[in-house]
Design a protein around this ligand. Structure first.
Ligand SMILES: [Zn+2]
Length: 102
């Protein structure tokens, strides 16, 4: 559990000044069946015969993919004036808790 303040002062490139933004957690969307570009390329390359090593036909061991128990959470800062959302640094955590400040 990671505690994150629900409001944060940050620079808004649209308003060109620092404003007190509200922190929001964006719901993760899975594009391309949950595989990234590199993963899709590797999947394509694994077809055929005689490949070993990097482009091996053998499936990538699950242990390598499942070794991480937490995921990076997508946090956005919303500007109260122009309602635009800006990306924030993404901490690795299972769950997040918003802590009220002041
Ligand atoms: Zn703004």
């Amino acid at each position: 559990m990671v505690k994150i303040p629900d409001k944060m002062k940050a620079y808004c490139p649209n308003c060109k000044k620092h404003v007190l933004m509200t922190v929001k957690q964006e719901k993760t969307t899975r594009r391309g069946g949950g595989l990234g570009k590199a993963a899709r390329q590797a999947k394509r390359r694994r077809r055929g015969y005689g490949n070993q090593g990097r482009y091996s036909k053998k499936p990538v061991t699950q242990t390598k993919m499942a070794s991480k128990t937490s995921r990076k959470i997508d946090l956005r800062l919303e500007c109260p004036e122009c309602k635009k959302k800006w990306a924030m640094n993404r901490p690795r955590a299972k769950r997040v808790e918003f802590v009220k400040i002041m």
